[in-house]
Write a protein that binds this ligand. Structure first.
Ligand SMILES: Cc1ncc(COP(=O)(O)O)c(C=O)c1O
Length: 483
C-alpha cells in the first residue's frame, strides 16, 4: 500500500527565532498532517536529505523528527522503500455516560485522596507527620536507588529493612523473629491477601470477630473463604463460641492488642485458649496488629505472636497507622515453618512494593525516628482523645475508648449509615458502628469518632457539627439499617 507524497498537504513554517527546537517544529507539522488524515497511511515521506534541503536544515534534524514520529508509531521505516506513514486505528471515543463503574469500598470510604475531615478513621494526625524529615529520607533513598547496580529486588522486601523491622518488633511487640520470616506488603489488606494465598485456604472456614473490621468479611468472601462471626465481649473474642461454631476452621482473624472496634485487649485466658485450639486443630491465627504500640491507655499488651511457641500465629503489621497510609507499607511475620511458602507467594504473585519507599523507611527506623515518633503520637493522641471526651460529655454519651477512637452509641432506630453519609456536608466524617457487625439485626448503631486529627482549634466546631448531625437523626428518625 503506497500513496504519493503530495507537498500541498503539508506546509512547513520553520521559525528559527522560536523557542521550540526546529526538530520539534518539523515533528509537530508532520504529526498534525498524519493525525488529521492529510497524509494517508502508506505515504512515503521525502528522504531526510531531500526534506532537509527543501527546508534549509541539517539532515540530522529531519532524521530526529522522523525518529520521534516512529516512536509514536505514526511512521515506520520500510528499509529501501523509505519512511512511510503507518496505518492508524482511530481511537474509539469512550462516551462518559456509557461507563458507570462504581468505585470500591462505597460503605467504608467517602472517597479517595480527599483531605481528611475531623473524626475520620484510618488516618493519622496530618499535622504531626514528619514531612520534612520524610522528604529528606526519600530524596536520599531515590539517589541511593538510582546509583545502585540494578538487579531484581528481593520480593520479600529489602533485607536491611526486614532486619530493622525484626529489631523494632523485638523492642515494641516482644516478637523474636528472623528477618527472613518478614515479608513486606503494601498494608494490612495486602498482608491478608498474601496470607490467604500462602495458606491455600480457599473453600475453608475462618473465624472473624463480631464486630470486626468489615474488610475481613469482604476480603474472605472474595478469597473464597467462609467467614464465621464469633462474638466479642469485654475479654475479647469468645473462643469457646468459636470452637462450638466452627471447630475445624482453617484460621481465625483477631485483633488481640486492641480489638477493632471495641478496643478491648484479649485476656490472658482467651489468648491461651485460642493458641491451644490452633495447636490442637492445626489451625492458623492471623493477628491484625494494626495499632502496634499505639496503646493510649498505657503500655501495649504483647503481641500474640510473642506468646506462640507452636508457631501458629501469622502476625500482620502496618505502618499505615503508626506513620502514614501514604507510605503504602506493612509487613507479615510468618512462622518459621511456613516462611519459605510466604516467600514463594511473594516471589510469584505478590512482590514487595516500591524499593525507594522501603529504603526511606529503613532510614527512618535505623536512625531512631520511628520510636521517637511513636512516643510523640501516643501522647498527642491521648491529649486529643481526652480533650474530645471532656468536650463531648456535655451532649453525647461516650460509651468506650477504642484504639484511636471514641465510640458514641446511638439509640436503636437511628440509621448511623445514613447519618454518616450526610456528615461531610457538615465538615466531619465519623464512621458508622453498625457496619462492623456481621448481621444488621445484631448491629448496634453508633458513631466511631477517630481523634487523630482533632486539633484544639477545630475541636469545638467539629463537636457542634456532630451534635447537629445527631440531633438531625433524632428529629427525623431514619429507617433502621437502610443500606
Ligand atoms: C482493624 C484494622 N486493621 C487494619 C486496618 C488497615 O490498615 P492499613 O492502614 O494497612 O490499610 C485498619 C484501618 O482502619 C483497621 O481498622
Amino acid at each position: 500500500m503506497t500513496a504519493p507524497w503530495d507537498p500541498g498537504c503539508v506546509t512547513f513554517a520553520i521559525d528559527r527565532s522560536h523557542a521550540t527546537p526546529i526538530t520539534a517544529q518539523i515533528t509537530a507539522t508532520l504529526r498534525a498532517a498524519i493525525v488529521e488524515g492529510r497524509l494517508r497511511p502508506g505515504t512515503r515521506l521525502p528522504s531526510w536529505l531531500d526534506l532537509a534541503a527543501q527546508l534549509g536544515v541539517a539532515r540530522g534534524t529531519v532524521k530526529a523528527a522522523y525518529e520521534a514520529l516512529a516512536d509514536e508509531f505514526l511512521v515506520f521505516s520500510a528499509g529501501a522503500a523509505g519512511t512511510r506513514v503507518a496505518e492508524r486505528r482511530a481511537p474509539r471515543p469512550v462516551e462518559a455516560q456509557q461507563v458507570d463503574i462504581p468505585r470500591p469500598l462505597q460503605d467504608m470510604e467517602r472517597g479517595f485522596s480527599l483531605r481528611p475531615l475531623p473524626f475520620q478513621m484510618g488516618v493519622p494526625a496530618q499535622d504531626a507527620f514528619p514531612a520534612k524529615l520524610w522528604a529528606r529520607l526519600r530524596t536520599r533513598a531515590v539517589r541511593a536507588n538510582a546509583m545502585a547496580p540494578v538487579g531484581p529486588p528481593d520480593p520479600r522486601g529489602e533485607p536491611e529493612l526486614r532486619g530493622q523491622i525484626a529489631a523494632q518488633l523485638a523492642i515494641t511487640r516482644g516478637i523474636c523473629c528472623h528477618p527472613d520470616q518478614i515479608i513486606l506488603t503494601s498494608g494490612y489488606k495486602n498482608g491478608l491477601c498474601l496470607t490467604l494465598l500462602a495458606l491455600g485456604v480457599q473453600g475453608r472456614t475462618a473465624w472473624v470477630e463480631d464486630p470486626c473490621y468489615p474488610v475481613n468479611r469482604m476480603g474472605l468472601a472474595i478469597g473464597g473463604v467462609k467467614a464465621v462471626p464469633v462474638p466479642v465481649d469485654a475479654k475479647g473474642i469468645r473462643v469457646d463460641m468459636g470452637v462450638r461454631a466452627a471447630p475445624d476452621a482453617a484460621l481465625a482473624i483477631v485483633t488481640p492488642g486492641q480489638q477493632a472496634p471495641t478496643g478491648v485487649t484479649l485476656s490472658a485466658e482467651r489468648r491461651a485458649a485460642l493458641l491451644a485450639w490452633a495447636k490442637r486443630e492445626g489451625a492458623w491465627i492471623v493477628e491484625d496488629d494494626y495499632l502496634s504500640e499505639l496503646q493510649l491507655g498505657g503500655r501495649a499488651a504483647p503481641a500474640l505472636a510473642a506468646q506462640d511457641p507452636a508457631g501458629r500465629v501469622i502476625h500482620i503489621g502496618t505502618f499505615g497507622k503508626t506513620i502514614s497510609p501514604s507510605l503504602g507499607l506493612g509487613f507479615v511475620v510468618a512462622p518459621v515453618e511456613i516462611a519459605a511458602r510466604f516467600g514463594e507467594v511473594a516471589g510469584y504473585l505478590n512482590p514487595a512494593p516500591n524499593v525507594t519507599t522501603q529504603l526511606a523507611l529503613t532510614g527512618f527506623l535505623a536512625d531512631g525516628h520511628f520510636l521517637r515518633h511513636l512516643r510523640h503520637m501516643k501522647s498527642l493522641y491521648r491529649e486529643r482523645r481526652d480533650a474530645l471526651h471532656a468536650r463531648l460529655d456535655r451532649r453525647i454519651a461516650v460509651d468506650a475508648f477504642a484504639g484511636l477512637a471514641v465510640i458514641a452509641h446511638l439509640p436503636r432506630g437511628y440509621d448511623d449509615i445514613a447519618l454518616v453519609r450526610r456528615a461531610p456536608e457538615l465538615g466531619i466524617a465519623p464512621a458508622p458502628l453498625s457496619i462492623w457487625y456481621a448481621k444488621p439485626e445484631d448491629a448496634q448503631p453508633g458513631l466511631v469518632l477517630c481523634v487523630t486529627n482533632l486539633r484544639a482549634p477545630i475541636l469545638d466546631k467539629a463537636c457542634d457539627a456532630l451534635a447537629a448531625l445527631i440531633d438531625e437523626g433524632a428529629v427525623r428518625p431514619l429507617p433502621a439499617q437502610a443500606a
